[in-house]
Ligand binder design. Structure first.
Ligand code: NAG
Ligand code: NAG
Ligand code: NAG
Ligand code: NAG
Ligand code: NAG
Length: 606
């Protein structure tokens, strides 16, 4: 921590106590009465002053004073100061800031859930009904959705304000400028933008500006994807590297977006590993969003550690939002299938699981014995129409890599170019290496193609990834077939047939195996997740400051991209909330959640 480095250099005797200092959130509940903003800050300051040695120390330690709806502050404290503050009157809770990792955690999903008409002859009745719903909601116009995420790529056509009416009069937010983001980047669609990183920088030192923009601009893709899923305009003729061609649209295409950027790169890690989001930064964002006048909050962030509501930043923020009649949708997390891995279990949150839609990216694998296996991928790279030698990664590792399960994970540097060159390599999911990175390792070692094999716990989820070489993903049952074939012959051969987009795939929907599971560790009586939404292989807008895989080794730039996770399903539900809110402005958050949870249509299942 920077703060401590300072002391370490100049005041060695303080070393021990300093090492234990970190950011805590001191929570007081609600603000009572009408206080001016500076009075609230003085009030928070007086608490800090009562435990700190000097006025200056108190001032330096304060990161945020939450003044609008949330009553509390974030400050650097020692364990001793925490104990003292916890015992004070009016203090509800004092808890250490947790880093919250993204739970990384369209062209098709709205038709699949029945919100948009399906192109074709059938379902005339349904068409009429769904169009009426969208029209009745005026496509979400007048509804403001706050995105607590990692920013936005404002140039995306999904955020065009062409033809949109004036910004709702109730809006009180701002367009905060910064690196590569000026006031012209906000418009009648992106009506607000802010960013928060005091907590992040207090822990990590100054942001490395080669890895992200110090502004609301998204250098990752996640925030742009979720925002356009909620409220992207209808954009024709888009695709992800040629796959899933069609019209991309958010669920509430005329709703307004307010961007609150709270997530930043993990220092020293590649972008593929995701982002980190600090609770004190998120609380500041949510407190502002409430004051700015958002109607819906979409938060695809969470951790799967057990906590109590009073010590969970998102739960506290969401509680204040809900009391202000803002509906909060959060992702359930992608830490399944183990039990009690659920994020965001608070009863006032709509906790969203993830399921498939009826679209597949069929990329068959043909083995030398003629067997054809139905894999999936969205790689644009193609193999020649011929058979290639096939090898199981565990049989092609460099000397020294242990020949156990991890040998098949295609970790960086594990494959032996002599055994891989010119071949198709079967790698298994799992281990420390992400799916995209496994393909990169195969490519590095000279492989021509890549099979990503599920383990039994991955179930039927076939992730359609934009790999950097010809590739396909197969089920664990198919892994067994491939391995049996490899064992059965001296010269195993295979080829990957270029993929294509297939609609009306069955069964659909099925629950994604990765979604975090209950039971709810805090309140086992309250079942969670509340609802599921499309979250497997979802197409939406992407940041042009990133690559489709988010890997620095990937030079490609795309405007739309396919991604999976409860991060993708949460904004689908937020969009449905926006439409309902437009039709029923006086319904409470609980009424809207109840309406969503108790309404359904029957889908043909097999
Ligand atoms: C904002 O930046 C864009 C370039 O990204 C530029 O064209 C525009 O003039 C700038 N607007 C203002 C108000 O500075
Ligand atoms: C900032 O990030 C870049 C890219 O990851 C890295 O090469 C560089 O060393 C980092 N700079 C600092 C000061 O950490
Ligand atoms: C769609 O985009 C492709 C490639 O960008 C282009 O070749 C094609 O003409 C476009 N089609 C329409 C209908 O705009
Ligand atoms: C494989 O072996 C390595 C080194 O002995 C060990 O660290 C790792 O945990 C093993 N993995 C499995 C799945 O057994
Ligand atoms: C919502 O409530 C307000 C005030 O109670 C009332 O004036 C308005 O008509 C209500 N709107 C609807 C759509 O019921």
């Amino acid at each position: 921590m920077r703060f401590c480095d300072f002391f370490l250099l100049f005041l060695l005797p303080l070393l021990a106590s300093c090492a234990e200092r970190k950011v805590y959130i001191v929570y007081f509940g609600e603000h009572s009465g009408q206080k001016a903003l500076h009075e609230i800050e003085d009030y928070h300051h007086s608490y800090l002053l009562s435990v700190k040695a000097s006025e200056e120390e108190a001032r330096d330690s304060l990161l945020y004073s939450y003044k609008h709806s949330i009553n509390g502050f974030a400050a650097v404290l020692s364990p001793h100061e925490v104990t003292k503050l916890s015992e004070m009157d009016e203090v509800v809770s004092v808890f250490p800031s947790q880093r919250k990792k993204h739970t990384l955690h369209t062209t098709r999903s709205w038709e699949f859930v029945g919100l948009e008409k399906e192109l074709g002859r059938e379902q005339l009745k349904k068409q009429k009904k769904t169009r009426n719903l969208l029209e009745k909601a005026r496509y979400g116009d007048q509804i403001i959705v706050g995105m607590v995420d990692n920013g936005v790529w404002p140039e995306s056509k999904s955020f065009s304000d062409e033809g949109m009416g004036p910004i709702p009069k109730s809006w009180k937010g701002i367009c905060q400028t910064g690196v590569a983001f000026n006031s012209s980047h906000c418009n009648r669609k992106l009506i607000g933008a802010r960013y928060y990183l005091k907590g992040y920088e207090s822990d990590n030192g100054p942001l490395n500006t080669t890895t992200d923009y110090r502004s609301p601009r998204d250098k990752d893709g996640h925030g742009t994807h979720t925002a356009s899923t909620v409220a992207g305009r209808r954009v024709h003729n888009v695709s992800a590297l040629g796959y899933a061609p069609g019209t991309a649209s958010g669920g509430a295409p005329l709703a307004r977006l307010a961007i609150y950027k709270v997530c930043w790169p993990i220092p020293g890690q590649t972008k593929v590993k995701g982002n980190t989001c600090y609770e004190e930064d998120m609380l500041a964002a949510i407190d502002d969003a409430i004051a700015d006048g958002v109607h819906v909050l979409s938060i695809s962030i969470g951790t799967s550690q057990p906590f109590t509501y009073a010590k969970d930043g998102i739960a506290i923020g969401a509680l204040h939002a809900t009391k202000n009649n803002i509906v909060v949708a959060c992702s359930a997390g992608n830490s399944g299938p183990a039990p009690s891995t659920l994020s965001n279990p608070a009863p006032w949150i709509i906790t969203v699981g993830a399921s498939s839609i009826d679209r597949a990216f069929v990329t068959p694998l043909v083995l030398g014995n003629g067997m054809k296996l139905m894999g999936q991928s969205v790689t644009p790279y193609k193999l020649k129409k011929k058979m290639y030698p096939l090898v199981f990664a565990a049989d092609a590792v460099v000397p020294g890599v242990p020949k156990n399960n991890t040998a098949a994970n295609c970790n960086f540097g594990s494959l032996d170019p002599k055994k891989v060159k010119g071949k198709i390599v079967l790698c298994l999911r799992g281990g420390m290496t992400l799916r995209i990175e496994k393909g990169i390792e195969v490519k590095r070692a000279g492989g021509v193609g890549f099979i990503l094999g599920n383990t039994p716990e991955n179930g039927f989820d076939l992730p359609a990834d934009p790999h950097l070489l010809p590739a396909t993903a197969v089920s664990s049952e198919d892994v067994t077939k491939i391995r049996n074939y490899i064992k059965s012959t001296k010269k195993p051969m295979a080829t990957i047939i270029p993929g294509r987009t297939v609609l009306h795939a069955k069964p659909a929907p099925f629950m994604a195996s990765f979604i975090s599971r209950g039971p709810n560790t805090i309140d086992p009586n309250i079942l969670k997740p509340d609802i599921t939404g499309p979250g497997l292989n979802i197409l939406a807008a992407w940041s042009e400051g990133s690559s489709p895989t988010r890997s620095e080794l990937d030079p490609r730039v795309v405007k739309y991209n396919i991604f999976s996770g409860t991060s993708m399903s949460c904004p689908h539900v937020a969009a449905a909330v926006a439409l309902l809110k437009a039709i029923h402005p006086n319904w409470s958050s609980a009424a809207i959640r109840s309406a969503l949870m108790t309404t359904g249509i029957v889908k043909q299942h097999s």
